[in-house]
Write a protein that binds this ligand. Sequence first.
Ligand code: HEC
Length: 308
Amino acid sequence: MTFVKLSAALVAGLLWTGMAVAQENVPANDQEKKTLEGTADKGGEAGSGQQTEMTGAAPASPPGAEHTADVNQELEIRHDTVELKEEDWPHAGVFGTYDRAALQRGFKVYEEVCHGCHAAKYLTFRSLADIGFNEDEVKAIAAKYEVQDGPDDAGDMFQRPARASDRMPAPFPNDNAARAANGGALPPDLSLMAKARQDGDNYLYSLLTGYADPPPGEEVAEGQYYNTYFPGHKIGMPPPLSPDQVTYDDGTTASVDQMSRDVTQFLSWLAEPKMEERKQTGIKVMLFLLILSVLLYFYMRKVWSDVH
Ligand code: HEC
């Protein structure tokens, strides 16, 4: 009987490990680990857009790290007071996969709206093939952009149309230019944003749909906007979405809710493009361990049967 119990415990343990492997939010890459762990002591800005006193070179922090420590702390503090909207994301859970149609729509929203202010420096055009664009579509998307290349034979840098292997160029040449164009607030890089914020998907969706009139008595300064879900409620980003701002190729109605949902899914993919492989590996590992433990159990029974 002890063996049965032991085996049962073993199987349960293995199952649990497998589930953990499949489900755990493994950071997308080392950069992001830094984003998640290394920002606590950076003393980032207040996350309220009042960063005008920041001078000199921008800190060499990974994308999304700018406010990560502060924002996550504040999110934690406010967790009891403001509940994020909880959505059923198709990519959530152990068996969840990305909805390719939503990702393509989300890319369109990112490209046509968010990219006006936000860079996504880890987005290569080529990787858009993973969300269902074919080779010609990827080339056509890349060809819309110019990137700097060089130096040429004369030692000069030059501009050329982007290729599939290039990264999507940033909207501003540097952080100072981005701040100057946004009333002092820096639009953070969105590559890893879905991972850099607590409960990232729900946070992004809530933030984008969270603009509201300030409650009576609450002052909102010029160049700031009231958002229910942003820590401190005053954000330097004007409401980016309005109905029918993009025209979806698949005929989906572009409501603010729909666009927010789609771009959230796109940003979630961007932060962890290999999520599906990770989950599949987890499930395979789990099955393997399960079969192995059953075999071991019977083997053990056989070995011990001679003792009696
Ligand atoms: C007009 C420029 C502009 C556009 C367009 C824009 N943003 Fe922003 N965004 C900003 C600025 C500026 C900030 C920094 C706000 C602050 O720190 O107060 C910001 C901040 C953010 C943040 C960080 C919030 C946090 O927790 O720190 C997210 C996420 C974000 N934007 C997502 C988006 C998405 C998604 C889109 C497209 C639908 C978009 N933005 C479009 C200017 C813009």
